[in-house]
Design a protein around this ligand. Structure first.
Ligand code: FMN
Ligand code: COI
Length: 370
């Protein structure tokens, strides 16, 4: 998963491919349309280089960051991805225990194959203080969204992540080709069970529907949990979100699974960070595979970054141990990159240390989000 510790970052995907059925591998790996946004997320990082600072002294580094009132051990979290039991029989419980054991916050989601209460309980087995957030696609019926939020609150989730990049479902080319549209028998989106409007014991389908700012206001009224918007790419949306009281943003193109023509997350990040101007934490995900990617994103204004597929690959190949090792390796890789860049804390990384590869030095602009 990391360049220095675990070989090139494409290896975990190749190893997972050996373990998974082709249609399940493709579901996890694939993107929308021609998979341009999917590829660009990683390639955009490849187009950026770091300029380390030298002779900065100091042997002690502290990789902690503060997000919504909690100290995270590293600027890293697990992004919400669906259906972990397709990757490994232990599914979300294994991911939750592994994330908690490393202190890395987990965003579990409405599309988990394990109910949020059980995911949170598994995390707390490993660490009673584990940070677990809940991700929601706003559902067409407000009472369904309300019940899901209530379950997340009862489970002890400490933030509500609202995914806003999915007014309709993206065209997943590989899933169409493979005819993959249903979970195998025995697996279900467990959070969708026993909701209003469904027969007792039955699960409802997860809807993707075009929500508006008013729907967000209704969610805001529903819960005291901090509200995090996931899937913002346009700086003007970021500005509106902050004005409407959103507590944090995740710059994301959904891992290239929704709008194929979308900008790469890291390319959208600097303008969003500039629009937010430090008023709320800006997080990002998409294409983060190594410590250098984390450093670039932080330098361009992110407080922390999320990983999606790297966690799925580690889960598929190594279960709980695999996820713990992958997250630890990524965290250690970041610590080493920070040292090599002359930094002692994540905030020491600045936009002038990032330059386009293959061109003379041209410092990037980027508002510090600290
Ligand atoms: C298989 C899969 C399922 C996903 N499911 C969700 C989801 O249910 N909700 C959501 O907000 N994002 C979902 N995402 C997007 C991730 O949260 C994240 O934005 C993306 O994976 C980050 O890119 P990366 O995979 O390159 O790290 C999913 C991504 C993948 C790969
Ligand atoms: C079940 C889906 C809504 C999850 C997914 O595939 C995604 O969000 O990319």
């Amino acid at each position: 998963m990391t360049g220095s510790h675990a070989g090139p970052p494409h290896e975990p995907a190749a190893a997972a491919r050996e373990r998974l059925g082709p249609e399940h591998y493709d579901y996890f790996a694939g993107g929308a349309g021609e998979e341009t946004a999917l590829r660009e997320n990683e390639e955009a990082f490849g187009r950026l280089a770091l300029l380390p600072r030298v002779l900065r002294g100091g042997t002690v580094r502290d990789t902690r960051v503060s997000v919504l009132g909690r100290d995270w051990p590293a600027p890293l979290f697990v992004s919400p991805t669906a259906f972990h039991r397709l990757a490994h029989p232990d599914g979300e419980r294994a991911t939750a225990r592994a994330a908690a054991a490393t202190g890395i916050p987990l965003v579990t989601g409405v599309a988990a194959t394990t109910a949020v209460a059980d995911v949170a309980a598994a995390a707390r087995e490993a660490d009673p203080e584990a940070v677990v957030w809940f991700q929601l696609y706003p559902q067409p019926e407000h009472e369904v969204s309300a019940e899901l939020v209530l379950r997340a609150e009862r489970a002890g989730c400490s933030a509500l992540v609202v995914t806003v990049d999915s007014p309709v479902f993206g065209t997943r080319t590989r899933d169409l080709r493979n005819g993959f549209h249903d979970l195998p028998p025995g697996l279900a989106a467990e959070n969708m069970r026993d909701l209003p409007g469904a027969a007792p014991g039955a699960t409802r389908d997860i809807a993707m529907c075009p929500a508006g700012w008013d729907d967000l206001a209704r969610l805001r009224e529903l819960t005291d949990l901090p509200l995090v918007l996931k899937g913002v790419l346009h700086p003007e949306d970021a500005r509106i979100a902050v004005e409407r009281g959103v507590d944090a943003l995740i710059v994301s193109n959904h891992g290239g699974r929704q709008l194929d023509a979308a900008a790469a997350s890291v390319e959208a990040l600097p303008a969003v960070a500039e629009a937010v101007a430090g008023r709320v934490p800006v997080l990002m995900d998409g294409g983060v595979r190594r410590g250098g990617d984390i450093a670039v994103a932080l330098a361009l204004g992110a407080r922390a970054v999320g990983v999606g597929r790297p966690v799925l690959w580690a889960l598929a190949t190594g279960g709980e141990d695999g996820v713990r090792e992958a997250l630890t390796a990524l965290r250690e890789d970041f610590d080493q990159v920070l040292a090599l860049c002359g930094g002692h804390r994540p905030r020491d990384l600045t936009a002038d240390q990032v330059t386009p590869r293959g061109l003379p030095y041209r410092p990037m602009r980027g508002e510090r989000a600290w």
